[in-house]
Each structure stands twice: as structure tokens, then as C-alpha cells.
Design a protein around this ligand. Structure first.
Ligand code: FAD
Length: 430
């Protein structure tokens, strides 16, 4: 069996390694245009801040692919012949497949802002290895950068720029930082943390135009308040979307919606074609809206799921209980289950340590069963929190046992009995 996987991110590599485990004889080829070897995209910032080398970003020894007999090909897939079952690469190579897996990931959103088409240099995203290289090239000649888009990737880029001493104006269109994930209460102290690190954070402010200098490099950003901010770098981190633009030009593209359309088994309508990870748009029977999960753990899970399907164990994909963790400068962040996705007015237990950027928010339903957690300022065992959501534990149970989910860290655990708590309804950003 010839398995060809497009994309060497966590979905593609997990798929390859899971197929190998189940089929020692399969011919497995992983094709990627970005880098030859799989790297941890979530750790890009640590390389930008010189804390990890490029090689440190690679989760596996390079010899591991040889050991597992997984062939790595560096190149871009530019077409696919689904009748003869071949993929075509940018250097003209035609590679035959019996099973084809799209694991092509996501790319940065960009919108038609005024002046954006004139930019020849100074515009960066923070998604790919090539983005990191652009950031590193531009940093030494940048005194001020403007970063737009107030999510996780934006704050990581801002932190890296501050690390290199660059002045940063961070434009967030919404009235508070990251309302998709944080309540206003948490966002308020995260904003203080961002400003504490010398960032010129502007809320309710957005870019309206970009101006370039005579060489085409970013020179000014105009905002909706009428300001013209001088800058040499513009970071656009306004979310990501499935990476399907190149696929639209194929002679026989897979069915495309927001991502690559697959059914509940992660199978595309074309025979022997699958999709996994950030690029997959999953249509579950009975669900009105398709599912796209643009997070690491889901990409890994979907990659393994497709592999099992290829190996003959055809199961319906079940999305995991949502989990994510990150950092806002020094503030640790763990989220599990449903929080800001719940309807306005959903009751939440909100606990805050007076005077410190530490909080816990627990959502629950009218049977008092917990639905999700947003934990800031300390470290948590997400697996236990997930168990509590999956087991439908009550709010009382969770309050009594919360200490068990706290990680022991260098400076001790948060004194949970010192937190102030109240029940407040979830407020949705309008
Ligand atoms: C800065 C940053 C921080 C993040 N932090 C977190 C986090 O804290 N937690 C979390 O859960 N998630 C995080 N994410 C998201 C997470 O990294 C992704 O969900 C995950 O990497 C998706 O994996 P994937 O395998 O689906 O795709 P990718 O890792 O994007 O891999 C797809 C690969 O396919 C290649 N490719 C695309 N098209 C072609 C083609 N035509 N031919 C050949 N190759 C092609 C791409 O170049 C890429 O190398 C972060 C992302 C970024 C950018």
C-alpha cells in the first residue's frame, strides 16, 4: 500500500507513524514544501527569542524517519490526478498513491486593507518557518512594529518583538483582549500584563490603511482614530484559516468549503482521499455546522484517526473535550471544555486572587454540572479538569477538589482559600 501524506505537521507525521505501527510494509511518503523535517509550530516563538535552535524545534531525531522507513520529500504539491491516483509536485515529480492524506494545515488571514497591495517588505505573519525567517531578518532594522489581531499568535509575536527591544503598538479591534476566549474580567488583567511589558496596547483600535516608503517597506499604519503610526514592521495575526488556496487551482481539487470537506470518518468524497488537522472541514451527520479544529491536539488526534481508517479500523471521529494552554507573557493559561462558546448568561463561578493576575472561571449548567474552565496565572492538570467535564461533576465537587488539579510548581501552589469568588453570568462581547 502506497500512502502519500501532504504536510509534515503534527497531523501528517502522526498519521505516518501510526500507519507504520500498523503496517510494516506500507510505502509511506510525507511531502511538505515548508521544511524537510517536522517541527513544533507552537514553539516557533522560542526560536525567535533565541531560547531554542531550529533543530530543538524538531520533536524527533532525524534518524527516526529512516528507522521507521518514512520517506520525506521537500516540495509543494501543485496538482493531483485522482483518476490515475498521482500527486504532482512543483519540480514536476509525479508520485503515485493508493491512499492520499491532505494534512496541509492553516495559513494566516489577510484582508484587503487599503495600501496592502503596495507592501513589498516589512509585512509579517507568524505561522510558518518562512514567517519566522522574515521576522528575524526584519527585526534588527525595526524600531517600532505594529501588530494587529488580538489572539494567541499575536501576543506571541508581540512578546518576541519586546524580547528583542522593539517598540510595539498592538492594535486590538475589540473592547478587550481576545473575547473569543477570555471574559472581560480576565482580559482586563491580561491587558495590564501586556502594558507592564512596555507594549502600547490599543483596544477598540484597528488598522485602516498601510503606507510604504520609496522601497516598498512598511512605513506607517493608519488607524480608525485618525492616527498615523510610524513603523518598519507590520505583524498581521488576525486569525488563521485552512490552507486551501493552492488546492483551488488543481485540475481535480478535493471538495472545498472553508477547508477540505470530509465526512465523519475524515474521508473526502474522492476515493482513497482523506484530510486531517487544521485543513479538515468535518461534516458530522446531524450537525448543522461543519467542524474545523485549528489546534495542535486535535490535529494530532485526527492524523492518528485517518491512519487507523487507512489500516482498516474505520471509526467515526469524535472531537475531544477542548483543551488549550498557553501564556500571556508571564501569565499561564489553561482552558478546558466550553467557556466563551456558551450562550450569554450561562452562570460561571469566577474566582480571583486579590491584587494578582490569578483567576479561575468555571462554567456550569442548570444541573450544576461543570462545562468548562478558564484558569489564569497558575498551572493546572488539564487531564483531571477534562475528566470532571466528561464525568459531569458538580460545581460543589469541583470546588472541593480543585486543589488536586493544581500542579506543584517552583514557587508553590496558589492558595485557593485566599481567592475571592462570585457567581456571575457569562457576558458575551457584542
Ligand atoms: C505561533 C503559533 C502558536 C500556536 N500555539 C498553539 C497552542 O498553544 N496550542 C494549540 O493547540 N495550537 C497552537 N497553534 C496551532 C497549531 O500549531 C496547529 O493547530 C497545528 O500545528 C496544526 O497542525 P497540522 O499538521 O494540521 O498543520 P501544519 O502544522 O500547518 O502543517 C501543514 C504543513 O503542510 C504544508 N503544506 C501546505 N500545503 C502544501 C502543499 N500544497 N504541498 C506541500 N506541503 C504543503 C505546510 O507548509 C505545512 O508544513 C499555534 C500555531 C502557531 C502558528
Amino acid at each position: 500500500m502506497r500512502v502519500v501524506i501532504i504536510g509534515n505537521g503534527v497531523a501528517g507525521i502522526t498519521c505516518a507513524m501510526t500507519v507504520r505501527k500498523g503496517d510494516p510494509a506500507a510505502e509511506i511518503t510525507v511531502i511538505s514544501g515548508e521544511t524537510e523535517y517536522f517541527f513544533s509550530r507552537t514553539a516557533l516563538m522560542y526560536s525567535y527569542m533565541d531560547q531554542l535552535t531550529r533543530r530543538d524545534l524538531e520533536p524527533y531525531e532525524r534518524s527516526e524517519y529512516r528507522r521507521q522507513n518514512i520517506q520525506l520529500v521537500k516540495g509543494w504539491m501543485v496538482d493531483c490526478d485522482t483518476q490515475t491516483q498521482h500527486v504532482v509536485l512543483d519540480d514536476g515529480q509525479r508520485i503515485p498513491y493508493d491512499k492520499l492524506v491532505y494534512a496541509v494545515g492553516a495559513k494566516a488571514n489577510i484582508f484587503p486593507w487599503k495600501g496592502i497591495d503596495n507592501v513589498k517588505d516589512g509585512l509579517v505573519h507568524f505561522v510558518s518557518m518562512q514567517d519566522l525567517e522574515s521576522c528575524e531578518r526584519l527585526t534588527p532594522s525595526t524600531q517600532r512594529a505594529v501588530v494587529i489581531g488580538g489572539g494567541l499568535i499575536g501576543i506571541e509575536l508581540v512578546e518576541c518583538l519586546r524580547h528583542h527591544g522593539v517598540n510595539v503598538t498592538f492594535l486590538v479591534r475589540e473592547p478587550y483582549y481576545w473575547p473569543m476566549a477570555l471574559g472581560e474580567e480576565e482580559a482586563t488583567f491580561v491587558a495590564e500584563e501586556i502594558r507592564h511589558h512596555g507594549v502600547d496596547l490599543r483596544l477598540r483600535e484597528e488598522m485602516t490603511e498601510v503606507e510604504v516608503d520609496s522601497s516598498g517597506r512598511v512605513a506607517f499604519v493608519h488607524t480608525n482614530t485618525g492616527e498615523r503610526i510610524p513603523c518598519q514592521m507590520l505583524g498581521i495575526t488576525a486569525g488563521v484559516r485552512p490552507n486551501i488556496d493552492l488546492l483551488k487551482q488543481f485540475s481535480r481539487p478535493p471538495e472545498l468549503g472553508r477547508g477540505i470537506v470530509v465526512n465523519e470518518y475524515l474521508e473526502a468524497p474522492q476515493p482513497n482521499v482523506y484530510a486531517a488537522g487544521d485543513c479538515a472541514e468535518i461534516h458530522m451527520p446531524g450537525q448543522e455546522r461543519p467542524l474545523t479544529e485549528l489546534i495542535w491536539y486535535s490535529a494530532k488526534r485526527q492524523g492518528a484517526h485517518v491512519a487507523r481508517n487507512i489500516l482498516g479500523d474505520r471509526q467515526v471521529y469524535t472531537p475531544p473535550t477542548f483543551f488549550n494552554s498557553s501564556k500571556f507573557f508571564e501569565i499561564e493559561y489553561t482552558t478546558v471544555g466550553e467557556v466563551e462558546t456558551l450562550p450569554e448568561g450561562t452562570p460561571t463561578l469566577y474566582r480571583k486572587m486579590p491584587g494578582q493576575p490569578i483567576s479561575q472561571r468555571v462554567t456550569f449548567n442548570d444541573r450544576q454540572e461543570v462545562l468548562g474552565f478558564n484558569m489564569l496565572g497558575s498551572r493546572w492538570n488539564h487531564e483531571l479538569l477534562e475528566d470532571w467535564v466528561n464525568e459531569g461533576r458538580t460545581l460543589d465537587y469541583v470546588k472541593q477538589n480543585l486543589h488536586q488539579a493544581q500542579y506543584d510548581v517552583e514557587f508553590g501552589q496558589v492558595k485557593l482559600d485566599r481567592m475571592e469568588e462570585q457567581i456571575i453570568p457569562l457576558k458575551k462581547f457584542q
